[in-house]
Every structure is written in structure tokens, then in C-alpha cells.
Design a protein around this ligand. Sequence first.
Ligand code: GDP
Ligand code: MG
Length: 214
Amino acid sequence: MADYNASLKRLTIKLVYYGPAQSGKTTNLMRLHDHLQPELKGEMMTLETQQDRTLFFDLLPLGFTTPSGLLIKFKLFTVPGQVQHDSTRKAVLSRADGVVFVADSQREQTINNGESFDNLAANAARVGIDFTALPLVVQFNKRDLPGVLTEEEIRARWQNAPWPLRFSTALTGEGVLDTFRCLLGLVYDSLEGDYALSSAHGLGRERFIFLASG
Ligand SMILES: Nc1nc2c(ncn2[C@@H]2O[C@H](COP(=O)(O)OP(=O)(O)O)[C@@H](O)[C@H]2O)c(=O)[nH]1
Ligand SMILES: [Mg+2]
């Protein structure tokens, strides 16, 4: 459930990039930040842990106001992927409204991807998120590297999973925005059920996606 303050008429939406160490979560966030219009973004900030950094920034730091007067803001986070940073991951995941799971397309990362995905499901449960209802996009990154799993192999492995798959090369920015917009669409659908953004606030799906991603 999003952070909603009824008396202030303010909705703050938290989006998290999750995944194994070195899969490209930070690079996704940096490319997204590069793409956004200056008025859409706050400064990129970091929280240092011993061996990794948690990056975050506010999207629409001033928010946008719907015709009904609801002020909407976004916060974007990455988690540290290393196994030992589980408490940080749990804290960052807490109250998330949507997640991009960034997997590494390299064959030898298959086990790490799987363990990290299981960790996401387990931590979601620990912080009280219904994983089956969580807006989630699975992104296979590092498509530029030679010998990576093919799209066909990945689609075959994930064919029974309910989440949309995206393919990216975050290093060049390819697929980064597409992934983010896919997530925004899912987040809209989920918020629509709780807040009736369309009927009560005059905010349609396309406009929501456009406002948050330029
Ligand atoms: N070849 C390639 N390298 C990438 C890509 N995305 C990220 N990287 C590199 O992978 C390393 C880890 O990326 P980073 O974003 O810090 O991963 P994080 O640990 O998930 O935050 C860095 O050296 C990145 O430059 C990609 O699409 N292709
Ligand atoms: Mg990182």
C-alpha cells in the first residue's frame, strides 16, 4: 500500500530496483536519472554500506497534482546485492509499491539470479508485502555481452511466470526507460484499485506514465 496522507492529499510511491550484486541496478537508475528532464528529478543520493552503495533519488521532487488536488511523488531506490546486506535490502524493500528485478543475462549468473529472486520473495513476505500482488518487472540486463542466455532461453524458463520480461543493456541505456514505463503501468493498475486514480482523481494511465518518465 502506497504512502498516502489523506489530510494532506499526498501520495508517495516507492519503487525499488532489486537483484543480485553487479547485475546493473545502479546503472539502470543512473541512466534513468540522465534521461529525465531537470524539473522531474531530485539529486542522486547515496547511502554507503561497507561494500556497496544504496542509491536513491526522488522523481518529481515537487510532485504533480491531479485535477482532484492529489499530490503525487515518487522515490526510487536500488538495493545492495551482496548476500550480507540483507537487512538493508529488507529495509529498502519495506513499503515498496513496485519492483524491477534486474537479472544478469550471463549464463554463470543463473544461480545468483535465482537466489536473489528467492530472496526478494522471502523479504517481501518478511516486510508484509503480498508478493503475488506486487507490481514487478523482470529485466534481463547486459544483453551486449557475448554468450549470454538467449531471449528464447530466458522466455522459455520464465514462461509460466506472471511477470513481464524486459531485456536491456543498462550500460548504454537501452531498455532502461522501457522497463521503467512497464513498471509504472503495473503500479498504476495496482493504485487504481486502491485510490481510483482515474475516476476520483482524473488521472489516466498514459498520463501517469508520461508524467513520471518524461
Ligand atoms: N556489459 C555491460 N555491463 C554492465 C551493464 N550494466 C551494468 N554493467 C556493469 O556491471 C557492473 C555492475 O553494475 P552496477 O550497476 O554497479 O550493478 P549493481 O551492483 O546491480 O548496482 C558495472 O561495472 C557496470 O558498468 C550492461 O548492460 N552491460
Ligand atoms: Mg549498486
